[in-house]
Design a protein around this ligand. Structure first.
Ligand code: SF4
Length: 338
């Protein structure tokens, strides 16, 4: 989420929910681009009658609800900004304030039109911040003679919505379109959409009011993943990472992977951690390859920062001979994701 851009932070809803629930202590969680708003939002919460605590820990997605922290702090309401609901949990009452963007999309979509000239049928995708503007983008593209599809599988809250590890709405229409237009800031989701659908993706960035392609980055990542899988095929010592964030924890999958690797005579150790970082993994220099059951984007986007291959679950299936490389490239890297 780009910093300094304007978002609707739903201050009235924040105040109303605290009053309606008679909340006495709230924990406020914000993604990195909105962290600076924390003190102002805490003041609003306190005026509404609750003691407010702002989480200063990283928060990259709705997979990372601070449920345990809210319990430890005695909070009776968790307020999560910037993402839509991903999971139902009963432990701590939670409200999601989605931080829709106020910036318009028209100029960036118009900038994208020349990049789309070779395709007649397009898919549209975006993050929760711009979902309300997808119909405007669709109308603009239809006026230029395109046919436009917006997918909806019900796995995410909104039609056309994507998150970093879930492109089900894009995949649902991938066979019906020649390319995608992604509306949003930065390359992260556009690269994920391209990896998930194996289709060309053009970005219309409303913050920078410009458009660009991401195929160069996608090809570089695919080559790098091929090299990591090859290296893993020769390795003897594996580590399986269990993410401790609320929606990233896949203990059962980690246990299955350990069993399968050991059947292939690979020595395998389980590791549990909240943040999968190069520093955390460097503490275990005898491990040759890590299997990451937590956020798959750490494997895909941050590969150059790690000294050892850090495979996703789907890539591990290739190493184990359960899936072909061709199938992985065609069906995408997010079959096992959140
Ligand atoms: S697992 Fe990773 S990509 Fe998926 S929602 Fe969480 S932070 Fe985003």
């Amino acid at each position: 989420m780009p910093a300094r851009a304007s978002f609707y932070l739903e201050e009235e809803m924040l105040k109303d929910e605290i009053e309606r629930r008679n909340a006495k202590r709230v924990l406020i969680q914000l993604p990195e681009g909105l962290k600076a708003e924390g003190p102002r939002l805490a003041m609003i919460a306190e005026k509404a009658g609750a003691l407010a605590i702002v989480s200063a820990d990283p928060c990259y997605g709705a997979c990372d609800l601070a449920i345990q922290e809210a319990e430890d702090l005695g909070a009776d309401l968790l307020i999560h900004f910037g993402h839509s609901s991903l999971t139902t949990q009963q432990r701590v009452p939670t409200i999601y304030l989605e931080a829709k963007a106020s910036v318009g999309i028209r100029e960036s979509v118009n900038q994208a039109v020349p990049y789309l000239k070779d395709w007649k049928s397009l898919g549209l995708a975006t993050t929760v911040q711009h979902v309300d503007m997808l119909s405007e983008a669709r109308d603009l593209l239809i006026k230029t003679g395109k046919s436009v599809a917006i997918g909806y599988t019900g796995k995410l809250k909104y039609a056309g919505q994507v998150i970093g590890c879930n492109y089900s709405n894009g995949k649902a229409i991938a066979n019906d379109v020649e390319a995608f237009l992604f509306i949003g800031g930065g390359r992260f989701h556009a690269i994920g959409l391209a990896l998930a659908t194996a289709k060309p993706v053009i970005v219309a960035d409303p913050y920078e009011k410009r458009a660009y392609a991401v195929d160069g980055e996608v090809q570089r990542i695919v080559k790098q993943r091929w090299a990591s899988i090859h290296e893993a095929e020769k390795a003897e010592k594996f580590g399986v990472l269990i993410g401790l964030k609320s929606r990233q924890e896949k203990l059962d999958r980690a246990l299955q992977i350990k069993e399968k690797l050991e059947m292939e005579e690979k020595k395998t150790t389980l590791f549990a951690l909240r943040e999968v970082t190069p520093e955390a993994l460097m503490q275990f220099p005898t491990v040759e390859v890590f299997v990451n059951t937590a956020c798959p984007r750490i494997s895909l986007d941050d590969a150059s920062k790690f000294l050892k291959p850090v495979l996703t679950l789907d890539e591990t299936s290739v190493v184990l001979g359960e899936m072909s490389w061709e199938k992985l490239c065609k069906e995408g890297w997010f079959g096992n994701a959140t």
